[in-house]
Design a protein around this ligand. Structure first.
Ligand code: CMP
Length: 140
């Protein structure tokens, strides 16, 4: 399987509950390497840009408000099949539908405050990584 990189975000509901380490431990236990990571407070404009693909969705304004409600941890995860593998590790968007043992089943509060984001394709992963990280910040 190809070694890939994917963009992960630990969301404000998780940073608020001090879950960064526990979530990172899941990534590492399941074979993903955290090759870049930083904690930051998104501005409204940054959150709107990041989620621009969802601009027409009814939940867009709430989503942006939630994503700027506290700090996030943005990270690059690397591993075999990392994009799909991370989505398996995260579980379904709605924690009520997430498989047992997934991050969202274990930690998410609801469909919005769902603890983690992960890129949904290799193409989006490249764009999302470039949104948050300069090449010099990623060590491999
Ligand atoms: P994420 O993977 O970050 O991508 C879009 C986010 O919108 C999603 O996770 C959820 O946190 C949020 N969201 C809120 N409501 C919904 C909904 N009804 N359907 C899908 N995503 C939603």
């Amino acid at each position: 399987m190809p070694v890939e990189r994917t963009l992960s975000i630990i969301k404000p509901d998780a940073t608020r509950r001090n879950l960064t380490g526990r979530i990172n431990a899941v990534f590492e236990a399941k074979g993903l390497r955290i090759i870049a990571q930083k904690r930051l407070q998104l501005s409204r404009a940054q959150a709107e840009n990041f989620y621009a693909i969802h601009r027409e969705r009814p939940f867009f304004n709430d989503l942006v408000a939630f994503m700027i409600s506290g700090p996030v941890v943005v990270q690059v995860l690397e591993g075999e099949n990392a994009v799909a593998h991370n989505r398996d590790i995260m579980g379904a968007t709605d924690p009520k539908k997430a498989a047992p043992g997934t991050i969202r089943a274990e930690f998410a509060e609801n469909i919005e405050a769902n603890s983690v984001h992960g890129s949904d394709s290799a193409e989006n992963a490249a764009n999302e990584i470039a949104f948050f990280f300069a090449g010099i910040e990623i060590t491999g």
